[in-house]
Design a protein around this ligand. Structure first.
Ligand code: AMP
Length: 208
């Protein structure tokens, strides 16, 4: 099956993609990660796209489409797309060139997303991630794995988070509408425990 996962920052999109990928064997394709890998490896593409990503702007479609096509053409057992498509041109390219079964929207209110993102912590040393609401360390402020100090990301403050959320809505509203009109949108409540969300997605895909 080929699916698209859409969700606001903090909706647990990465976790749900991994659970689906582990269970069904579909390849998890994340545009942001593919770009970051290219930047790290200093490929031609990486050098070109770095300036857009550093500025927080969308990378022009001519660089995105080829990279995504290559990744999807290497997913014979199905894929879960995360971070793509982000505009109508990308949607049209996708549905013209690949068979898409469903778009899954992890539905979470802005208030909940802000609350969750403000609760994120990472170990300063080993980078392991925690959340003081639902993935707490055994000892507050201390990493279970290495004893390192748990800190917040610089951009996980209320202002920066609100800006990221506004950007998400601006980018994806039209994408969501497209799949809704085509009757391809599955909307799930993302304000539930991670495993419950996963079971909801799996059962609704099975019922299709
Ligand atoms: P993300 O990790 O999904 O937030 O992506 C990080 C950055 O990669 C974004 O801010 C964009 O600059 C770029 N990017 C990721 N996916 C896309 C896309 N589908 N279209 C254009 N740019 C993208």
């Amino acid at each position: 099956m080929n699916i698209i996962l859409i969700g606001i920052q903090g909706s647990g999109k990465g976790t749900q993609a991994k659970l689906l990928s582990d269970r069904f064997g579909w390849k998890h394709v994340t545009s942001g990660d593919l770009f970051r890998k290219n930047i790290e490896q200093r490929t031609k593409l990486g050098i070109v796209v770095k300036k857009y990503i550093d500025a927080g702007e969308l990378v022009p479609d001519k660089y995105v489409l080829e990279m995504i096509s290559d990744a999807l053409n290497n997913a014979p057992d199905g894929f879960i797309l995360d971070g793509f498509p982000r505009n109508i041109e990308q949607v049209l390219f996708l549905v013209d060139n690949f068979k898409i079964d469903y778009a899954i929207l992890l539905d979470l209110s802005d208030e909940k997303a802000i609350e969750r993102l403000m609760a994120r912590r990472n170990c300063k040393i080993c980078k392991k991630d925690y959340n003081v609401l639902f993935k707490k360390p055994k000892v507050p402020g201390i990493c279970d794995e290495c004893g390192g100090e748990l800190v917040q990301r610089d951009d996980d403050n209320k202002d920066a988070i609100s800006k990221r959320i506004e950007k998400f809505h601006n980018e994806t509203n039209k994408v969501i509408d497209f799949f809704k009109q085509k009757d391809m949108l599955i909307q799930v409540n993302a304000d539930l425990p991670l495993q419950a969300i996963h079971e909801d997605i799996a059962s609704r895909l099975k019922g299709k």
